[in-house]
Design a protein. Structure first.
Length: 442
């Protein structure tokens, strides 16, 4: 690795910090062909390896594994609109999209479904992202504001849903499992809870490694750091060591910074081909913006195989004062720096109430809060917040992926998802290990 200028961790995080490394090959021809097939509604090229998707949401995690060639057997989630979205996108690929409360829906019931539909009760990989609001910094702040206890993870029943994940792993005994969660687990009540999670899997016979990954390093135009627990059965011949790279630098994450690379996909690269919108634009079908010359790599990947029509590119209604504030705001500028006549909220509490995207940088983390408002993701050049399709682009959902429900439902599904391109890279690493072990076993 050739270092041009090492990062100075004392440098202000709003300055551009580069550690020059060789750009990875983010978007292979195989990936483009798979996305093209997906957007066109055709069958994908799939391997014999299978997966289950627990707490699936609309299917971002599962989509990455599907594009990598894994066969989806079933998914489980309890969100009506997310399940509708999952069904529209995955049923044609053989997945049984199941709406159920996983606290009551038992592994034996799912095994029976798999036997009836697929003729098998076994699975190679289990995915899942148990709801994590109680572990997240935002979730803990909300509990504290309501006067509820936050010091013990057992106090929040949402944090125990991961035990259901463990129960499913124990029942199906997959070759690998991958569980996603938030970095807040590292500092819940000033305690690192990740050893407890790893211990839970150790007790059922799995060796587990934890990886902190930032989606921006894997071709996603968004800074989004999450923890991924990867496990495999002890003495199975499979390994979880040195599986995923590059790993995120958590000291930078906790300070709100990251090491910027010239090959990171920016907001401009991600959104530049989408048509401009007026305030309160509600037409569900739009037409791509036509530009001369060769299209940028990322938009070409997202819209591969489509016929020029675009869905979910709609906007919310914003008042005149909000729109004036959006125009006055500069990327990186704090809400408190706005002129007093443009403020609708207390700037001592809502210092970051408005945040405008910068064309030349990746976006900040897309979250489910966008279902309430999108003030954290204001368009760089249009006096509005981003559309669901723009949020989906920043999460790396192909344009052919369909979302169900009202506008708020769609934002929630997009914000809760694992970015498909990040999941695709994880799936590729797992697939390589599965193939290698199978070749040795022959």
């Amino acid at each position: 690795m050739s270092v041009v200028r090492p990062p100075d961790l004392t440098e202000p995080m709003n300055q551009r910090t580069f550690l020059q490394v060789r750009p990875p090959k983010l978007f292979s021809q195989k990936l483009r062909q798979q996305i093209k097939r997906f957007n066109e509604g055709r069958d994908l090229q799939l391997e014999p390896f299978t997966f289950l998707d627990l707490f699936s949401g609309c299917g971002g995690f599962g989509l990455g594994f599907l594009l990598a060639g894994f066969r989806p057997l079933a998914s489980i989630d309890n969100d009506r609109e997310a399940c509708d979205s999952h069904r529209i996108n995955f049923d044609r690929h053989g997945c049984v999209s199941t709406r159920a409360d996983i606290r009551q829906f038992k592994p034996k019931q799912l095994a029976k479904v798999l036997k009836e539909i697929h003729g098998r009760k076994t699975v190679d990989v289990i995915l899942g992202g148990p709801p994590c609001q109680g572990w997240s910094r935002v979730g803990r702040a909300k509990l504290k504001s309501l006067g509820r206890p936050t010091g013990q993870w057992e106090d929040d029943p949402r944090n125990i849903l991961f035990r259901r994940f463990v129960t499913y792993v124990r029942h199906f005994r997959p070759k690998y499992f991958i569980m996603e969660n938030v970095p807040g687990m590292l500092s819940h009540g000033r305690k690192d809870l990740t050893p407890k999670v790893i211990q839970a899997f150790t007790r059922i016979g799995y060796q587990t490694a934890m990886y902190a990954l930032d989606a921006v390093e894997f071709g996603v135009p968004q800074r989004r750091t999450r923890l991924f627990f990867v496990g495999t059965r002890k003495h199975s011949g499979y390994s979880v060591r040195d599986l995923l790279a590059p790993t995120a630098k958590l000291n930078l994450y906790h300070r709100g910074g990251y090491i910027e690379q010239p090959w990171h996909v920016t907001v401009q690269e991600a959104l530049s081909d989408l048509p401009p919108l007026q305030n309160n634009h509600r037409l569900e079908v739009s037409i791509y913006r036509h530009r001369r010359g060769r299209p940028r790599t990322y938009p070409a990947l997202m819209r591969a195989g489509l016929n020029g029509l675009l869905r979910d590119h709609v906007t919310r209604l914003h008042g005149d004062m909000d729109r004036e504030a959006f125009r006055a705001l500069r990327p990186g500028m704090k809400y408190g720096a706005l002129d007093e006549e443009l403020k609708r909220y207390r700037d001592d509490i809502f210092e970051d109430k408005y945040r405008k995207l910068a064309w030349d940088k990746p976006a900040g983390t897309i979250t489910a809060h966008l279902a309430h408002d999108c003030y954290t993701h204001i368009h760089p050049s249009q006096a509005r917040t981003i559309s669901p399709r723009e949020a989906a682009r920043l999460q790396s959902f192909p344009d052919g992926f369909q979302f169900c429900g009202n506008v708020g439902d769609r934002y929630r599904q997009i914000g809760n998802a694992v970015p498909p391109l990040l999941a695709y890279r994880i799936a590729g690493a797992v697939l390589a290990r599965l193939r290698r072990r199978d070749r040795r076993g022959r």
